[in-house]
Design a protein around this ligand. Structure first.
Ligand code: UGA
Length: 456
């Protein structure tokens, strides 16, 4: 098939490369000049393991242009532009509207418009009413949400759990299913709005699992239970499953925070108060603040305290710092007067031009340094915000010698060996993790107040 893709972000570029490798003549339109230049050199403008190789392998089947009108006639045009958060948390659909409007204006009759950008439920129906139907050129609109994870996007493209096709016309749905020929996955046919809702409901439920396990972890600290064992025991029930039960400082990234806010907003403008989702969002916010509170207690204040924050990418395997918990914690600590040194092996900060020299002063009291050792040197506390292997496998005995008392390690991802670090002399603090009593930190595991013991 002749396929067009609008937007070379994570979703668009992975889809374009995947479609080209799947045998489709694919052209990708990207308006941003620096992204375009990198694409022309067959290099992805962001870190996604294996994607450069896919771009090279796609060869002649993948071409790059700077606008939709240069694409030429296409059987299907996939829209994968950004949908950032608007001021009230609603999805900002400016780019989506522009793309749809341009495609409708320039596409050949019979083209199928495939929406992969995450748009709030009801959007597709509205776009059809506003742009597609009035054009009267036999265009069809299909919602085809994407479930790729950053860092594992190529695997997810080849092995999706499902392909969701939301369409009103059977021929258009079949054409979209045909895009994925050769990929072994069930195809779920539905209407446009339900397809849009599937994407939001899936992300919201995953976010709910994370906030839920974080609340359980917080409670574990109060009653003296161990979240690692609790999560394992819960996850052994196949109805609940072992995934997304990793407690820590909460979710970040370009998807969960934005999509939960947008779904909450969508509910609100439809007159529904989505209380559970509100709590999920609030718990996630609080997990980050708890780190600041804990350090304030353990260090006896924050002003002039020296703290290292390890990990700015919102998770390992990506350079993406959007809604990064580590970055927010570092900024908050610096705001309270702490001297904060941050380190991440690959993270790209939008305000430092992509490839900064080091050290970089990000704001007063907040410095990005070039190595793990530099970050922890003289630090009184370390916050592990991203579970990069470099941090998990670090020589913590050496780091102990570089640090200054009281040598707090706040393991925000529960990724370190708590007992080992405590034995080395660190004041180890995880999220819902019980540390051996020898550690003696009453702040971590105070006496349990079991329900009912105080009654008559
Ligand atoms: C997420 C979904 O997993 C994808 O299915 C979806 O396609 C994508 O959003 C999207 O909507 O585009 P992604 O944002 O790449 O993918 O990252 P995840 O691997 O899901 O992790 C999100 C955040 O949750 C990370 O900050 C991670 O550290 C955190 N997390 C994840 C936890 O805190 N605990 C867990 O148990 C799992």
């Amino acid at each position: 098939m002749r396929v067009g893709v609008v937007g070379a972000g994570y979703v668009g570029l992975v889809a374009a490369a995947g479609l080209a490798l799947g045998g489709h003549q694919t052209v990708i339109a990207e308006a941003n000049p620096s992204r375009l230049a990198r694409l022309r050199e067959r290099r992805a403008p962001f870190l996604e393991p294996g994607l450069d190789e896919w771009l090279r392998r796609a060869g002649e089947r993948l071409s790059v242009v700077s606008s939709v009108k240069e694409m030429g006639p296409r059987d299907a045009i996939v829209i994968a532009v950004g949908t950032p958060s608007g001021v009230s948390g609603q999805g900002d659909l400016t780019q989506v509207r522009q793309a749809v409007e341009e495609v409708v204006r320039t596409a050949a009759p019979g083209t199928v418009i495939v929406m992969k950008s995450t748009v709030p439920p009801g959007t597709g129906r509205e776009l059809v009413r506003q742009y597609v139907a009035p054009a009267r050129r036999g265009l069809a609109y299909v919602s085809n949400p994407e479930f790729l994870r950053e860092g594992k996007a190529l695997y997810d493209w080849l092995h999706p759990d499902r392909i969701v096709v939301g369409a009103e016309e059977g021929w258009a749905a079949e054409r979209v299913a045909e895009l994925y020929r050769g990929i072994d996955a069930p195809v779920l046919r539905t209407d446009i709005t339900s397809a849009e809702m599937i994407k939001y409901a899936a992300n919201a439920l995953l976010a709910t699992k994370i906030s839920f396990i974080n609340e359980i972890a917080n409670l574990c600290e109060l009653v003296g239970a161990h979240i690692d064992d609790v999560a394992t025991g819960v996850g052994m029930d196949p109805r609940l499953g072992p995934h997304f039960l990793q407690a820590g400082i909460g979710y970040g990234g370009s998807c969960f925070p934005k999509d939960t806010r947008a779904l909450y907003f969508t509910a609100a403008v439809n007159g529904y108060a989505f209380e559970l989702l509100r709590a999920v969002i609030e718990v996630n916010r609080r997990q980050r603040i708890r780190v600041v509170h804990r350090l304030n207690t353990l260090l006896g204040g924050l002003a002039e305290r020296s703290v290292a924050v390890l990990g700015l990418a919102f998770k390992p395997g990506t350079d993406d710092t959007r809604e990064s918990p580590g970055l927010e914690i570092a900024r908050t600590l610096a705001g309270y007067g702490a001297k904060v040194q941050v380190y991440d092996p690959v993270a790209v900060l939008p305000d430092s031009g992509g490839s900064p020299g080091f050290p970089v002063v990000l704001s007063p009291g907040l410095v990005r340094v070039a190595s793990l050792e530099e970050a922890v040197r003289s630090a009184q506390a370390v916050v592990v915000a991203t579970e990069w292997p470099e941090f998990v496998e670090a020589d913590w005995e050496r780091l102990y010698r570089l640090m200054a008392a009281p040598r707090v390690v706040f393991d925000g991802r529960n990724c370190l060996d708590a007992a080992r670090l405590a034995a080395m002399g660190f004041r180890y603090v995880g999220v819902g993790r019980r540390v051996a009593p020898a550690f003696g930190d009453a702040d971590v595991a105070p006496a349990s107040l079991a329900e009912g013991t105080g009654g008559a």
